[in-house]
Design a protein around this ligand. Sequence first.
Ligand SMILES: C[S@@+](CC[C@H](N)C(=O)[O-])C[C@H]1O[C@@H](n2cnc3c(N)ncnc32)[C@H](O)[C@@H]1O
Length: 404
Amino acid sequence: MSEGQDRLILVNAMAQEYVPSKIKSTDPLHEPRLLTQAQRDVFRRRSRDSHRARAAALAGAGAEPLHDINVPRFNPCALMPRRESNGLSSLSMFSGGGGLDLGFDLAGFAHIGSWEIMQDAAVTLRANRPQWTVHGGDEGDVRGVDWKQYRSMVDVLHGGPPCQPFSNAGRQRGASDPRDMWPEFVRAVLGCRPEVFVAENVAALMSASFSGYVNSTIINPLSKEYRIHPVIVQAYEFGVPQIRRRVVFFGFRTTRLERNWVPPRPGFRRPGTIDDGTVQTMGVREALGLPDIGFDDVSPTIRSTLTGPRHTTSILSSVSAQKKFQQLGIWPNGVAETRDRARAFVAKNGDFRLSVPDVALIQGFPEDWRLSGAVYMQLGQIGNAVAPPVGYAVACSAASAFAK
Ligand SMILES: C[S@@+](CC[C@H](N)C(=O)[O-])C[C@H]1O[C@@H](n2cnc3c(N)ncnc32)[C@H](O)[C@@H]1O
């Protein structure tokens, strides 16, 4: 069947023809896509062809590799030098693969515990910080936890409740999405009463369509006890080679903490923009150590492979992202597990194929941060994460509120 016929099948769906997937989901948050049998057949055929091509490539029967194995130039650790202990403690909810946790750790906070429902993500946290207390899998489910156990122990409670209910990439069902965990975050704040709370989410949460939700679910219940400041952060303004706009809510229990607080300070600008005295963030080609092709820019937003309706190894978030990756000469689908494998599995159009460590780097994870699980699961943890250098800036900002 031709590409054109496939495309027709994919756009022409009738609700009454939807059939369920035969693949059982392993991820508690996975929301299967509504597809007809014909559409499932197209995806199955594409996936089978791609698997065959990859297996042939890895067996040495594919096209001759076009690229050397890349040696990255971007070192995220330079953006977040480890600070001495600041004498403050932090408790983490919805910890994922640890982007925000790592930022708080490097900023000098003592780690009280992480709560995360996804087993693979919990394994990632334990592998990187064996000394941490990690509540993972069913035991890491925040629902039903009595947060009073942490009262008087926590300086900063932080977390990024799942963004699927609000993300532009999803169905934006907000409070009616069963994955909406904001009420759980609010319950935790009111239960353990930290001095400061930090909550991160997609910037779409600040759009007019969610203002009623934000007021009724977050601001109203918390503002009796906390002074709340939402701040929009953009990853490339913190040196991360990616467009990634997020909102971070800072909440302070006292006016003194609020007065001391210094919001996160961006110090970088996008490549190709006017020099305003800030440092230019690396373009993604430079960051990954790819040859100069006369064009570079920050990466489009990396999509989490878990937030979409299907498990996938593509990090594409939109049609415009696809165009940008084309300009950059980077192939964002079928991300390979390692750089060796990415080199061996030549992309159809000859572009540079990404590997998991490359995607982790574009998200600002240090090269030695080990991710656990299948490729889509590792990519999911990366794409869900707060870019660690942004997490670090957020953590340093939270710490500023405690200055004497
Ligand atoms: C947006 S991600 C957080 C990423 C994290 N802040 C980071 O920087 O890496 C949201 C996380 O919440 C977790 N989660 C969802 N429901 C949960 C629940 N009921 N209990 C604990 N964790 C949950 C998901 O598995 C996911 O890893």
